[in-house]
Design a binder for this molecule. Structure first.
Ligand SMILES: NC(=O)C1=CN([C@@H]2O[C@H](COP(=O)(O)OP(=O)(O)OC[C@H]3O[C@@H](n4cnc5c(N)ncnc54)[C@H](OP(=O)(O)O)[C@@H]3O)[C@@H](O)[C@H]2O)C=CC1
Ligand SMILES: C[C@H]1O[C@H](OP(=O)(O)OP(=O)(O)OC[C@H]2O[C@@H](n3cnc4c(=O)[nH]c(N)nc43)[C@H](O)[C@@H]2O)[C@@H](O)[C@@H](O)C1=O
Length: 313
């Protein structure tokens, strides 16, 4: 059912990569009644503050894009933060959404919920079939709990909570932190800084052999709205581009887009993480959704945004 453009929609995490793309998409669709709170306005780890907020605002839809998020180094270094903050945020938001009669909630997980050596492409039913990738198991356990909470509230209370599992994302408003970000924004920044400082070498982590699937966040936002409008069931849904590249291929592509002319040095003391995680997106494709933005086009667009927003620093 198409979203009622006058509906009250709470986008949790609206300044982040995903939340900001969802807000852009909702604005494009003509939705005007968005409820947005920054982290300092409303700390979603604070149960009573979250419940008071829901009691006062009574949103009809909730898109849960607030989370403690980071790349392989951040996940590996701050396991307590990743498990605790994510369990707190998602538990508070899901429970208050149910208690205050939200019509529909969409929870965002991640492809790291699947076993390290899952069959490729990874179908939704690979969940909980084998051990996780150790660098991100704390975050993955929180995300799996989020999926299970949505399922439990649907089963026991008929609450319309659905879960989307995106692959690795990138785009406008990404986190470009040198150590804590994901690979694509990290490399974009590192190559850019090497170019403007006339360096002849750039260090890239790991061996370059892991395979990753990248999806532009505007495609993800489109899929989020598509699922809100067209999906209402127990099982989570994978969201991906269906195309994978090695980290070496990604690094070469970022180097070309940025225009860095020097050499790549591989730091094999850094972890590779999971060797491969290509999503099986046949469920979402079967529902009628496909991505539109190629990796090259998305990278060119993201570099342009980076230059406009951080290029002069
Ligand atoms: N980035 C990726 O590659 C992927 C992301 N995802 C999922 O998408 C979702 C969004 O990720 P992404 O947009 O990348 O993350 P970001 O880090 O870009 O944004 C996270 C948002 O959450 C908010 N937030 C964090 N902690 C709190 C808190 N305690 N109270 C209130 N708000 C808080 C932040 O608010 P503020 O800005 O005000 O601090 C920020 O707006 C997550 O669930 C993530 O798991 C899934 C797969 C891949
Ligand atoms: C979305 C997903 O994100 C995380 O998993 P990940 O896919 O391993 O994410 P990543 O982007 O950090 O790394 C991808 C690959 O790239 C290599 N790599 C090279 N050079 C840099 C670099 O400079 N930075 C980073 N971060 N990685 C680098 C890196 O060694 C690895 O082989 C999860 O923790 C989990 O949170 C999750 O769900």
């Amino acid at each position: 059912m198409p979203i009622d453009t006058s509906a009250k929609i709470f986008v949790a995490g609206h300044r982040g990569l995903v939340g900001s793309a969802v807000v852009r998409k909702l604005h494009q669709l003509g939705c005007t009644n968005l409820i947005l709170r920054t982290h300092s306005d409303l700390d979603l780890t604070n149960q009573s503050a979250v419940d008071n907020f829901f009691a006062a605002e009574k949103p009809q839809y909730v898109i849960l894009a607030a989370a403690k998020v980071g790349g392989i180094h951040a996940n590996n270094t701050y396991p307590a933060d990743f498990i605790t903050i994510n369990l707190q945020i998602q538990t508070n938001v899901i429970v208050s959404s149910f208690n205050h009669k939200v019509q529909k909630l969409l929870f965002l997980g991640s492809s790291c919920i699947y076993p390290k050596f899952a069959p490729q492409p990874i179908p939704e039913n690979a969940l909980l079939t084998a051990p996780l990738e150790p660098t991100n198991e704390w975050y993955a356990i929180a995300k799996i709990a989020g999926i299970k909470m949505c399922q439990a509230y649907r089963l026991q209370h008929n609450f319309d909570a659905i879960s989307a599992m995106p692959t690795n994302l990138y785009g406008t408003n990404d986190n470009f932190h040198p150590e804590n970000s994901h690979v694509l924004p990290a490399l974009l920044r590192r190559f850019h800084e090497a170019k403007i400082n006339n360096l002849d070498k750039v260090v890239v982590w790991g061996t370059g052999s892991p395979l990753r699937e990248f999806l532009h966040v505007d495609d993800l936002a489109d899929a989020v709205i598509f699922l809100l409008e067209n999906y209402s069931d127990l099982e989570h849904v994978n969201v991906g581009s269906g195309k994978e590249v090695t980290i070496k291929e990604l690094a070469e592509l970022v180097k070309e887009v940025v225009g860095f002319k020097g050499e790549l040095i591989w730091d094999s003391t850094k972890p590779d993480g999971t060797p491969r995680k290509l999503m099986d997106t046949s469920k979402l494709v079967g529902l009628g959704w496909t991505p539109k933005i190629s990796l090259r086009d998305g990278l060119v667009d993201t570099y342009k945004w980076y230059l406009e927003n951080y290029g002069k620093q």
